[in-house]
Design a protein around this ligand. Structure first.
Ligand SMILES: [Cu+2]
Length: 206
């Protein structure tokens, strides 16, 4: 009896997975060139799982060689991001972005500070000392999110099948809010979508 129950449970778990698809999104500029660091998010009409969102990448923006790394970080809403300083010089990290304003005053080599991002949206990061330092934290409320690689592609796995809303954000995407929305249907198995846009906008000025 016990074995039978386990089997039924295993079958229903498998059936659940069969109703999900992997979506690969290719982001290109109007010249057909790949666009890296575009944030792709998918929100199924059926909703997103409850509970905290966990991503496979570290929630961290390093300061090294007087630059932020990475240039774009995707963080879940409510997520705490670490800001380790690996430089010998001090940095003073800030964001004036609505909903995610914060300031981390001067901190030096091998020191780490953290900030918890309470609102969805974009936090443009700067440094009070070094004007050229610029990075973005895209705060999202869906686990179905990813960032395009150097080839302009990203694959988001395990999206529930059905109608969904796809968003593509990039600091230079020349549309309102630097973000475009699409409606699509997620099938079971692999799917592909190409998004072409004008990426000639100036990065956000603070
Ligand atoms: Cu700095």
């Amino acid at each position: 009896m016990r074995a039978l129950l386990v089997l039924i449970f295993a079958c229903s778990a498998f059936a659940g997975m069969a109703h999900a698809g992997d979506l690969t999104v290719s982001v290109r500029d109007t010249g057909g060139r790949p666009v890296r660091d575009a944030v792709v998010t998918v929100r199924p009409d059926s909703g997103v799982p409850s509970g905290p969102i966990r991503f496979s990448w570290p929630l961290r923006v390093v300061q090294q060689n007087v630059q932020f790394q990475p240039y774009v970080l995707i963080a879940p809403v409510g997520g705490t991001v670490a800001f380790p300083n690996l430089d010998r010089v001090r940095h003073h990290v800030y964001s004036f972005s609505r909903g995610n304003r914060f300031e981390i005053e001067l901190f030096g080599q091998d020191q780490t500070r953290t900030h918890t991002f309470a609102a969805t949206g974009v936090a443009a990061l700067g440094c009070n000392i070094h004007d050229q330092m610029l990075a973005y934290v895209k705060v999202v409320d869906t686990p179905y999110a990813g960032k395009t690689d150097a080839a302009g592609d990203v694959t988001i796995a395990g999206i529930p099948a059905g109608a969904a809303r796809l968003m593509v954000w990039h600091p230079q995407l020349n549309v309102r809010g630097n973000e475009s929305a699409y409606v699509l249907t997620i099938g079971t198995g692999p799917g592909r979508q190409t998004m072409t846009g004008d990426f000639s906008a100036r990065a956000a000025v603070r």
